[in-house]
Every structure is written in C-alpha cells, then in structure tokens.
Design a protein around this ligand. Structure first.
Ligand code: HMG
Ligand code: MG
Length: 302
C-alpha cells in the first residue's frame, strides 16, 4: 500500500462546525478561531457561508467575520455561496475560493437548499462563471454521497452524476461528503471512485462526519485511493441543520494524529491545534469531541 507523502486539510470548523450552534457565537470568537487555526499551520480554512440568515442564523455575521480576519500569506480562505445573491454578498469579503454546495440525494437538496439537483446546478452555473471571471477559485461540495437522512443509502451512480454536472459547469474541485457519517470504507471508496471518473485525484477531497465513528476508517480508505485532501473540524465541531442527529466532522486533531503516526506530512502543529480546539470548546461550554485532544490534554495535565 502506498499512501500520499503529504495531506492538505481544510478546517471547516468556523463554518460547518459552528453553523448549527443554537446560541449565537460572537464574530470575535469566530475570528479568533480562524487566527488560532492559521497559527497552528492550517493552510485552508472554510470561514463562513453567505446563506439565508433565516435558514442558518449562526452565519448571519459572515461579512463581519470575513472583514475581521487577519489574513496570513499562503492561507486560502473559502466561503459557501449557494446562489448569485450569496456570491455578490461574499465579494466584499474577498474570499480566495467560493463553494457551491449540492447533494447526490434529491430529498436532501430540497431540504438543504430548497431546490432540485437540476435546479441547483442552474443556480450554481452563473455563480461559478462569475467567480472564475473574478479570479476566485471554485469548489463544489457534494452532500449525501453515501447516505441521506431522507432517502437512505445513496448509489455511487448518483454521486457520479452530480460530479459530472459539477464538472460541466466549471467547478474546479469537489468534496465527497458523508453528511450524516453513515459511511464505511468500501462504500466511501465507491463514492470517491464515482467522483474520480470526472475529477483528477488532486481535485477530490474527503469530508467525513463522524456520527457512527467511522470517519477515521473512511479517511484511511480514501488515503488508500491516493486522495490527499480532507476536510475536518477542530474539536470535532459541527453538524448540518438539515441533517438531524448528524454530529460533527471528524476532528482535525484526530486526523492529524493519524497522519503523523503514518509519517504523512501535514504542516500542522498538533499542540497548537489542540489549544485552538480548547479555545472554542471552552467558549461553547462543552468538552472537545476529539479523542486525541482528550488523551493529550490528560497527558499534559499529568
Ligand atoms: P430560498 O428560500 O429558496 O431562496 O432559499 P429565494 O431565492 O426564494 O429567497 C428567499 C429569501 O431568502 C429572500 O429573502 C432572499 O433575499 C433570501 P426575503 O425576501 O424572504 O427576505 N436569500 C438570501 N439571503 C442571504 N443570502 C443568500 C440568499 N439567497 C436568498 N445567499 C437558500 C435558498 C439556498 C438561500 C436557502 O435554502 C438557504 O440559505 N439554505 C441554507 C443552506 C445551508 O447553509 N446549509 C448548511 C450548509 S451545507 C452543509 O453543511 C453540507 C456540507 O458541510 C457538506 C456535507 O457535510 O454534506 C457543505
Ligand atoms: Mg458537512
């Protein structure tokens, strides 16, 4: 087995991690979280989303957060934009990359973004075009690539179909997301392989929620295919408001520990990352979801 020599992680904690919090998290806390993540060596951070504040109130401070972050050279800051309205609002914050987000499941598409898969592609197309013309990179997130909270198991063909549509409208790279964390390694590999029929290996990333505790196994299964881009949330924050019961993304600390143990380079300082996780967990008033952070904090205390 030959694994990649290095891995790039996008920490999606400030966006995916916090979007579902019921209590408002002040913009200043989000800004400090971004700062701590970049100080820990993260090279890509998903900062916020430009979605309806009625649908996702926690992200209503998107402009304030983007204006408040102190950018570090070499770090890519991305934001979610579901339509032209969101894209136009996002421009003022000067994102390096925008993310259009669709689903392999019709029912999830309807619940999450209030339109069918076909309609979503029609909405994304002008967003992608405008972003590329403005010199902004474009990523596409694909939800429910293994399972859907409304439709159950999702066939790899549906993932391939969505990946092809994303490719056709000019999306440059895609995330294969297990939104509700039901995936197991072989199923996740099938979803990735269906995507790899349309995108190069360098353009495909794994985005695994850890609801069923499978996310690290799924990460290893993705590495096995040569996938070297992953998304995770510091402290294992998160969940999607339109995927009830789904917990956070796999914790960035846990992924970094796994990779370090395998001799795979990440450029991330695990101690500083754990501090970032403690910062946000203390603010939220609950313990970190990262097993690695828990273990290493216990060791530190001893
Ligand atoms: P809609 O109601 O169909 O939109 O929502 P509309 O065009 O009919 O407009 C209705 C109202 O929304 C109007 O306001 C618009 O101005 C406003 P009103 O006249 O009623 O006052 N509006 C907006 N406001 C701010 N920003 C916008 C925007 N667009 C319309 N961009 C929409 C469509 C997509 C906006 C809505 O469904 C929405 O905001 N959904 C939220 C989806 C979301 O954020 N989900 C979580 C992120 S995805 C995720 O977590 C999955 C991921 O992590 C991968 C994985 O794990 O699967 C990425
Ligand atoms: Mg997600």
């Amino acid at each position: 087995m030959k694994y990649p020599a290095r891995v790039k992680i996008i920490d999606v904690g400030p966006r995916d991690g916090l979007q579902n919090e019921k209590q408002p998290v002040p913009a200043a806390v989000k800004i400090e979280l971004v700062q701590r993540l970049q100080d820990a060596g993260l090279k890509e951070i998903e900062v916020t989303s430009y979605v309806s504040p009625k649908w996702v109130p926690q992200m209503a401070d998107n402009a304030e957060v983007m204006a408040g972050i102190a950018r570090k050279a070499g770090v890519l800051y991305s934001v979610l934009t579901p339509n032209l309205k969101g894209f136009e609002a996002a421009l003022a914050g000067k994102p390096d990359e925008i993310v259009v987000f669709g689903a392999a499941s019709e029912a999830f598409s309807q619940r999450n973004i209030n339109c069918s898969i076909a309609e979503s592609i029609e909405r994304f197309a002008p967003v992608v075009q405008a972003a590329l013309e403005a010199g902004i990179a474009v990523r596409g997130a694909m939800s429910c690539t293994v399972g859907c909270p409304y439709e159950g198991e999702i066939a790899p063909e549906k993932v391939g179909y969505l990946a092809g549509l994303m490719k056709n409208i000019g999306v440059q790279r895609v995330d294969v997301a297990d939104t509700i964390g039901v995936g197991t390694p072989v199923k996740v590999q099938k979803a990735l392989e269906a995507t790899l029929a349309h995108f190069d290996l360098d353009q495909v990333s794994g985005h695994f929620h850890d609801t069923y505790g499978q996310a690290l196994s799924n990460t290893l299964a993705a590495l096995d295919l040569g996938v070297w881009n992953f998304q995770s949330s510091v402290a294992g924050l998160g969940g999607c408001p339109y995927a009830k019961g789904a917990t956070g993304n796999v914790a960035t600390e846990d992924v970094v520990y796994l990779l370090q143990g395998m001799g795979i380079e990440t450029g991330i300082d695990l101690d500083k990352l754990i501090d970032a996780g403690q910062f946000i967990s203390e603010h939220l008033g609950r313990p970190t979801q990262s097993r690695v952070a828990k273990a290493l904090l216990t060791k530190r205390a001893g």
